[in-house]
Design a binder for this molecule. Structure first.
Ligand code: TXA
Ligand code: MG
Length: 320
């Protein structure tokens, strides 16, 4: 795949690529983001694949307006206040998902919350408006590399791995957005960034500071058994045990109480897109069907298969 470099006059083409489920990097005021249709699970899976990330981190969903963002989460008074003050701009708010939120579960790595932000860059805004829906976008770099602030940086890292990069010029802020968790009792700063913590505190009062930047456990998505299903998970199953549900990959093993198919055609991208849906669905059926656990058929340790197995290993870890 050749990565196309698109200019401001080609925003409609960039929006079309997103609609087709392809990856398009675009500039924001903070850093370049690697964008995909947030409601398309397979498109979101391609983000993790392109970044070469061996685990699923929850991603930020980008919106053209606060009104659009607040349709997909449940804003509280503090969120309304901060949005009015700092959006569009380099602030990301973590809020509970709205009941009918259409964003793929994979985008938030299975969490019941969603990180939303309205970027303050004119071209990013125009792209989001032309696309007409949420765009999930982590920074547009390979995993472990530094965040890109120019289209050239994006191409150095991702040329040939994504469909296009929309040239939005150099990013004026140059550091990532501030991530603030408003889903709990106390507003918690998860990542310092483009909006100063003091300026947020001046609006809504004191903040709790989460884990320091760069700490391995800064994001709840990385805690070993966080949001693990209630049922025990058993990997690489060859034979089913009584009462087990099956998370199938390819032709299902015989004898399951119930089956959730990750990918009949053994496609790891499709399996990643369905993973959290499957875990939630089987967990929800546990009591009704008297399930004893979830058995998972072997998934190849290739590409995003690594991230799937990483996630399932965490789900099978003893609860802490
Ligand atoms: O400036 C930015 O925020 C850039 C541009 C592209 O918008 N994006 C960015 O994304 O830096 P990323 O994926 O590199 O960082 C997202 C951060 C991670 O620390 C992640 O753990 C946190 O946001 N995050 C996302 N969703 C979350 C959630 N539901 N709960 C807690 N943390 C979340
Ligand atoms: Mg990043």
């Amino acid at each position: 795949m050749r990565t196309r470099r698109l200019t401001a006059s080609q925003i409609d083409e960039a929006a079309l690529l997103l609609r087709e489920g392809q990856l398009v990097a675009f500039g924001t005021e903070t850093v370049y983001g690697l964008g995909a249709d947030a409601c398309n699970g397979e498109a979101v899976a391609r983000i993790y694949q392109a970044k070469g990330r061996p685990s699923f981190n929850p991603l930020i969903c980008h919106y053209a307006s606060a009104m659009a963002a607040f349709c997909h989460v449940r804003p509280n008074a503090l969120a309304e206040r901060l949005a009015a003050k700092f959006w569009p701009g380099p602030l990301t708010l973590v809020l509970p998902r709205a009941p009918a939120c259409p964003v793929s579960k994979l985008a938030a790595a299975g969490l019941p919350t969603l990180a939303v932000r309205v970027p303050g860059h004119a071209l990013a805004h125009d792209l989001l408006a032309a696309f007409g829906g949420p765009v999930a976008a982590p920074s547009a770099n390979r995993s472990g590399h530094i965040s890109p602030t120019r289209p050239e940086h994006v191409l150095e890292d991702l040329d040939g791995r994504i469909s296009a990069v929309l040239d939005c010029g150099p990013c004026p802020v140059g550091v990532e957005s501030t991530v603030l968790d408003l889903s709990g009792e106390t507003p918690t700063l998860l990542r310092p960034g483009g909006v100063a913590a003091e300026d947020i505190a001046a609006e809504i009062g004191p903040l709790r500071h989460g884990a320091p930047p760069g700490a391995a456990l800064a994001s709840p998505g990385l805690l070993a058994s966080h949001y693990a299903p209630a049922l025990p998970v058993r990997l690489n199953a060859e034979v089913l045990q009584p009462g087990e549900a099956l998370l199938a990959f390819g032709a299902p093993l015989p004898g399951a109480r119930t089956i959730f198919q990750l990918s009949a055609r053994r496609d790891v991208i499709e399996a990643a897109a369905n993973l959290f849906e499957g875990l939630h669905e089987l967990d929800a059926k546990a009591a009704v069907l008297g399930l004893t656990g979830i058995a998972v058929q072997p998934i190849p340790e290739l590409g995003i298969g690594l991230a799937i197995n990483d996630r399932l290993t965490r789900a099978s870890a003893p609860k802490t």
